[in-house]
Design a binder for this molecule. Structure first.
Ligand SMILES: [Fe+2]
Ligand SMILES: [Fe+2]
Length: 151
């Protein structure tokens, strides 16, 4: 699996978690807590991996790419902020779902940007590096998941 395929699997996983959260009811408190924790963990690992392994290589391709990476980093931060806001709301509260919807708008905008623009660009510009990068991503994800399980 190359780096782009790897990241797209993560995207599908994140979307699935948000979909399950959206479909949950205010009575399913444990489920909401559980899904939230999985989402936070998955997204944290995913964004760190992009920031460590993909973005620095993209950034080196030129000034347009530099700008694109800058925007992406801002969006990562915004997703983290929105998720932190969601964490403060009790899942039984009626505002929880609204906050989830707002988070999802930022998330979806970012994921589609990557899938429609950044990833195809990466394939064009650094295609030959993606296979090896995929291996490093797989390894880093494993390491980070182990860290989480030891917490
Ligand atoms: Fe990203
Ligand atoms: Fe991503």
């Amino acid at each position: 699996m190359d780096a782009i395929e790897f990241l797209k699997v993560d995207h599908a996983h994140v979307r699935d978690l948000v979909g399950r959260m959206t479909a949950s009811t205010a009575e399913q408190l444990d489920l909401r807590h559980q899904l939230f924790e999985l989402l936070r963990q998955e997204l944290e690992i995913h964004t760190r991996i992009e920031e460590h392994l993909l973005y620095p290589v993209i950034e080196r391709q030129g000034s347009h790419e530099q700008e694109q990476v800058r925007d992406s980093l801002e969006e990562h931060q915004e997703m983290r902020d929105r998720l932190a806001q969601l964490a403060k709301i009790d899942p039984s509260d009626q505002h929880w779902k609204q906050s989830l919807i707002e988070f999802n708008e930022v998330l979806e905008h970012h994921l589609s940007d990557e899938e429609e623009d950044l990833f195809p660009r990466a394939r064009r510009e650094i295609g030959s590096e993606l296979e090896q990068m995929g291996g490093r991503m797989y390894q880093e994800k494993g390491d980070r998941l182990r860290e989480y399980s030891l917490r």
